[in-house]
Design a binder for this molecule. Structure first.
Ligand SMILES: Cc1cc2nc3c(=O)[nH]c(=O)nc-3n(C[C@H](O)[C@H](O)[C@H](O)COP(=O)(O)OP(=O)(O)OC[C@H]3O[C@@H](n4cnc5c(N)ncnc54)[C@H](O)[C@@H]3O)c2cc1C
Length: 386
């Protein structure tokens, strides 16, 4: 006899699984969320909180991000947990003429896609952020770029879902998924079996393990990011900041060297700086390294020299759920009826959380979504998923 039953079982209690449980519950759909450790114990508890539009590829990726931003900007009205959403704008700082050429192209494409973004000259940049190094020749600026507290948002979604009737079970590992014919019939945990006809795989960097339970290959792998946290100081940098070298790489592949000195800097509400992040393929290893931390610290000091005299209070690493084309895997998997993917958000999972939750809940309740999910389907990686 089954331990429990639910219309939908969501596997994974990170930002994506909790957002899905939240939006499903808003639609009054009966949902159980299973998390093997605690809520936000995975990537969503070891990351930055940039809700930055400028780092998204123009096209469907940016469209999703802008819709998600609109939802997140109103989310505090619905959640009890303070989620620290702040729209302070964002800068992508430019150090070379080569980067400037690539970034001009980038601004043009982003503006055509409807993003409010402009190229600042040296004077405008330093007026907006006076503590930045004088060697920065220019920057792109979008007033839409924002930040949020990722752990608070994940907990907020989980609490909101629970209040609306979702059951959230932590310390519960899914060990197998049962199928009758081609239709999902149950998930197995150590506590027993849960009968369901719909399973959402929101397990981030572990998504391929869940896929293997069903004989489905899911090309998601962990990409480590190491982060530094400084002591708190009074306001020194208002907008979120990223460097152009990894953004420009999206538009100019010659600039695309692995981890090529890309850095982000964000001063939180408390005054601490979050400095990130490396991009490394080292399996599931979540340790920090002297080399990695030195790399991001020295790049950050080049850009914001006042950081040089600050104490570091903490360093940690998280794992981004990487996919080969940088886009998440969302939607139904045709090979198994009732199996839905919602993973592989790489470095964008916090920013894309709300729209992912909304679209997956639409898919479950109506069988279709407001925004077409074709570009995100798993079958883009293989012909063997039908
Ligand atoms: C250094 C760094 C900086 C980042 N900065 C940003 C940023 O500024 N903005 C942004 O938008 N994104 C950022 N990201 C990306 C973001 O953190 C991720 O995209 C996001 O957290 C992924 O969420 P998730 O819910 O898919 O995965 P997770 O948070 O990892 O959740 C998946 C959960 O599934 C659970 N699980 C796995 N297997 C099972 C099982 N068998 N049974 C039950 N539960 C299971 C895990 O325990 C885990 O809690 C950053 C990431 C890193 C590493």
């Amino acid at each position: 006899m089954a331990w429990k039953s639910a219309d939908v079982v969501v596997i994974g209690g990170g930002i994506i699984g909790t957002a899905i449980a939240y939006f499903l519950s808003r639609q009054k759909i009966d949902v159980i969320l299973l998390e093997k450790d605690g809520i936000a114990s995975g990537s969503s508890g070891a990351c930055d909180g940039a809700v930055v539009m400028q780092t998204k590829k123009p096209g469907v990726h940016l469209k999703l991000a802008m819709e998600s931003h609109a939802l997140l900007s109103r989310m505090q009205d619905h959640l009890q947990m303070p989620i620290e959403f702040e729209q302070n704008g964002g800068l992508i700082v430019i150090e070379t003429d080569e980067e400037k050429t690539a970034m001009k192209q980038f601004v043009k494409a982003q503006r055509q896609a409807g993003l409010d973004v402009e190229l600042l000259d040296h004077k405008q940049l330093h007026a907006l952020a006076p503590h930045l190094s004088d060697h920065l020749i220019s920057a792109t600026y979008s007033p839409q770029d924002s930040t949020i507290n990722p752990i608070a948002l994940t907990l907020g979604f989980a609490m909101g879902a629970k209040q609306m009737g979702a059951e959230i079970i932590t310390g519960s590992t899914v060990s197998n998924i049962e199928v009758e014919g081609r239709q999902i019939s149950a998930v197995e945990t150590a506590a027993g079996k849960i009968e369901t006809r719909t399973v959402v795989n929101a397990t981030g960097v572990y998504a391929s393990e869940i896929g293997r339970m069903l004989g489905i290959e899911i090309p998601i792998k962990p990409r480590r990011g190491q982060l530094l946290v400084t002591e708190a100081r009074p306001d020194l940098l208002k907008p979120w900041l990223g460097s152009a070298n990894y953004i420009a790489a999206k538009f100019n592949p010659q600039l695309a060297k692995e981890g090529a000195g890309g850095v982000s800097i964000d001063q939180t509400q408390n005054g601490n700086f979050l400095i990130g992040a490396t991009r490394e393929f080292v399996g599931y290893d979540k340790r920090t390294t002297t080399e990695g931390l030195k790399q991001i610290a020295s790049r950050a000091v080049q850009i914001l020299p006042v950081l040089k005299n600050m104490h570091l209070i903490r360093a940690f690493a998280g794992l981004r759920p990487y996919t080969p084309d940088g886009l998440p895997i969302l939607g139904k998997v045709e090979k198994i009826k009732g199996f839905i993917m919602a993973a592989g958000h790489e470095g964008d999972g916090i920013a894309l959380s709300a729209i992912t939750g909304k679209l997956i809940s639409e898919l479950v309740s109506e069988g279709k979504t407001d925004v077409a999910l074709d570009s995100f389907n798993l079958n883009r990686f293989s012909n063997d998923t039908t």
